[in-house]
Design a protein around this ligand. Sequence first.
Ligand SMILES: [Zn+2]
Length: 253
Amino acid sequence: MRSYILAETNWQNLKDAKIELAILPWGATEAHNFHLPYATDNFEADLIAAASAKIAWEKGAKIMVLPTIPFGVNTGQSDIYLNINMNPSTQFAVLKDVIEVLNRQGIHKLIIFNSHGGNDFKPILRELGLKFPNMFLCATDWFQSLDRKKYFDIPGDHADEMETSLLLYLKPEFVLPKEKWGKGKEKKHKIKSFSEGWVWTERKWSQISKDTGVGDPALATKEKGEKFFKALTKKMSNLFIDLCNADILDLYE
Ligand SMILES: [Zn+2]
């Protein structure tokens, strides 16, 4: 039983506890190329958050990892079988209820540990920050936190070399053999400005990729996944410790 994982701990442990920071992993349930499981983002959120929390907990940080929210925004994939969409307005409602509990019980720091590119918590946290002025709210996309070029050879953003390597390390029993891996080839927008990053539209996923992947997984290995996972959890544990130690009334210098 890990005392910093809410799903595993108990009232005996918590009735007199004082938690400083709540960590809310948030994933998605969606196809990941031909070869990775639908819960890829949830496994990543679960396991990266828990391993990061372990390091921080062992250094004295008073943290609690809440259960992973398994559904994310998949509005661009409505025609991909059994991709389960949770709308941004539903995410707002879920978060509002969670934050209400934390706020009432004096846990005034929350970090959303986001695992899915379609989830965008910025506008939601801006609005909830107004409603709960005593809360410190933040969100991290763990997949943006390290320079991926140092760990992987082929860039991508969905079921790519990075995610395949991570799953080969974390959940190899759910990765299909290499001959089943799709190429993750992405079609780009005909209007070139969209590829330059300064104008945005949602990608129609079934039109941009044949296998639902974006990014070729061909060079993925368990060893790359392990190296990346270890660097990632170290970095995230430092963030958790910094957040625990921060005085939320005195954040700037
Ligand atoms: Zn993913």
